[in-house]
Design a protein around this ligand. Structure first.
Ligand SMILES: Cc1cc2nc3c(=O)[nH]c(=O)nc-3n(C[C@H](O)[C@H](O)[C@H](O)COP(=O)(O)OP(=O)(O)OC[C@H]3O[C@@H](n4cnc5c(N)ncnc54)[C@H](O)[C@@H]3O)c2cc1C
Length: 494
């Protein structure tokens, strides 16, 4: 664990990822991904990873082929629009439309695709003044990721281990990621970060800090680190969770989990060298703790989800309508109420996106979506998502649990087709429909989707408390006093 790493080669900028085949080739870079007790030789060919890699490759092809998805940067590069530093509401609209185009390719099921990181990385680039004296490093990182069209990930959550202790209070100080050695040319980091979605498919890992309720103290200075490393950095080990692609006889038995499962991963930094030009915060507990609130990066982290949910909820609503029609329940009042609620949640997402965009506020040298609106979405997302899934499950009923094992069963015993038919659809169509229902609201993939949609931008309690403290800052006490002054005046006067 203590061997020093000096390999600087991996820090040479990559070639620009111009299309899908460049993307697939770029993943064959010597990265260490661990799965089922083995080191994966090539994620683009391994069954637990290949379908998602190919979907991302397809997204790269779409980016390359559609003019509206690219723009020319000040360096002359052709960059992906979500990486634009927005200067006005028009730019935000352009970013949103580019994201919507990508979301449409997966019905919003890919949580952290290449477009999601656009506002995160451009927000980082804009927030340079926060990162003094490392502001030039942040700006360079933004430019490299943007101009080379890289697909970055982010890892900010410390491993849970013992949340009642600060990292330096743990019996083993090496568990939570920290700097263990300072050298002339950079630092060595050691320890773990708990979650990074899609890490096996990323080019760069942005390492941040979110340790939960604990603030770092001067004794935790080694843990006060923010920076970035490439996925093939020697010593970085990516442990993917179990893939949620079920073994299927026909790909349409589980179409969404087959294509879009994005392998959340546990990251172990086994003495990884980080050159100084990749260090953004160093031994500064306040900066390491406050980046999320003081740079308003929370807004950038959540914004892509808000935009994506319009697409995802529109699909859930359409699916629920299909199911209700297939089962002959579309005319029932209770079903219509549930469908109406699904429509309302979808429209609510559209309204929030529109409001966040048109009520943009200044952000360093440009603008950002309205933080009050985006952070309200962040606080309510666990409740909203749960409810939407519940509505689809209720509309669909037990059909999802009593499905044939595969569409192939219809071929092997054709007389069964008539028994699994619906009111308005034949047995094949109904089985396909319910395979989708199972896949998106019941399966392992669906359960993990729900977990990430509820939690991946912060723990439920913390984000509500942050919202409350933010509102306190906006003068809730004074508001109460004003209203009561007016009421007491009315009582005296009328
Ligand atoms: C599927 C999925 C994907 C994710 N992807 C990413 C990613 O790509 N990158 C990334 O950085 N993060 C990612 N996350 C992590 C996410 O940000 C965290 O899950 C979230 O911030 C909550 O933190 P936690 O899971 O560590 O929960 P914890 O902080 O451990 O909290 C668990 C429970 O314990 C309570 N609790 C914990 N500590 C305290 C305390 N001190 N006082 C009182 N109560 C406490 C909390 O309120 C909560 O109810 C992902 C999470 C999920 C589930």
């Amino acid at each position: 664990m203590s061997r020093p790493k000096t390999d600087r080669d991996v820090y040479q900028p990559r070639e620009t990822i111009k299309n899908g085949s460049d993307y697939l080739e770029s993943l064959r870079d010597g990265r260490t991904v661990i799965y089922h007790g083995e080191t994966v030789d090539d994620v683009t060919r391994h069954p637990a990873f290949a379908p998602y890699a190919r979907v991302i490759a397809r997204i790269y092809d779409v980016i390359a082929s559609e003019e509206s998805l690219l723009y020319t940067t000040e360096t002359g590069a052709q960059a992906f629009v979500p990486y634009l530093l927005p200067q006005n509401v028009e730019d935000l609209k352009r970013i949103r439309e580019a994201m919507e185009r990508i979301h449409a390719l997966s019905a919003g099921m890919i949580v952290q695709g290449p477009e999601y990181k656009g506002p995160v990385i451009s927000g980082l680039g804009a927030a340079g003044p926060y990162f003094v004296p490392y502001q030039d490093n942040v700006a360079r990182f933004y430019t490299v990721v943007r101009d080379r069209r890289l697909y970055p990930g982010n890892a900010f959550t410390d491993p849970q281990i013992d949340r009642s202790k600060r990292p330096s209070e743990l019996a083993n100080p090496d568990l939570v990621l920290r700097v263990v050695q300072e050298r002339d040319d950079g630092v060595i980091i050691r320890g773990a970060k708990m979650v990074s979605t899609a890490a096996p498919f990323n080019h760069e890992m942005l390492i941040l800090r979110y340790g939960g309720a604990h603030r770092l103290t001067p004794e935790d200075a080694d843990y006060a680190f923010i920076g970035a490393v490439p996925l093939n950095a020697p010593g970085l080990k990516v442990f993917s969770r179990q893939s949620f692609r079920p073994p299927v006889a026909d790909p349409l038995d589980a179409p969404f989990s087959t294509l879009f499962d994005d392998n959340d991963s546990f990251l172990f930094f086994d003495d990884v060298f980080v050159p100084w030009e990749r260090v953004f915060v160093y031994r500064d507990p306040e900066k390491a703790d406050n980046w999320l609130s003081q740079t308003n990066m929370a807004v950038q982290l959540v914004y892509g989800d808000l935009i994506r949910w319009q697409t995802k909820f529109a699909f859930y609503t359409a699916l629920a309508v299909k199911v209700a029609k297939a089962n002959g329940t579309i005319g029932f009042r209770g079903q219509q109420e549930r469908l109406g609620e699904l429509v309302a949640w979808t429209q609510m997402m559209k309204a929030l996106v529109y409001a966040a965009e048109t009520k943009a506020v200044p952000y360093y040298q440009g603008v950002m979506p309205n933080p009050e609106i985006v952070l309200t979405f962040r606080a309510l997302r666990p409740m909203i998502y749960k409810r939407v899934v519940e509505l689809v499950q209720e509309i669909a009923g037990s059909g999802a649990a009593t499905l044939l094992s595969s569409l192939k069963d219809l071929e092997s015993v054709p007389e069964i087709v008539e028994f699994v038919r619906g009111a308005a659809v034949d047995g094949l169509e109904r089985t396909k429909l319910y395979k989708v229902v199972w896949d998106v609201v019941h399966s392992d993939f669906a359960s993990r989707s729900e977990l990430t949609e509820r939690l991946h931008t912060g723990n439920t309690g913390d984000v509500l408390i942050q919202l409350f403290f933010g509102a306190q800052g906006m003068g809730l006490d004074a508001h109460y006093d004003q209203v009561m002054e007016q009421v007491e005046k009315l009582i005296r006067e009328v």
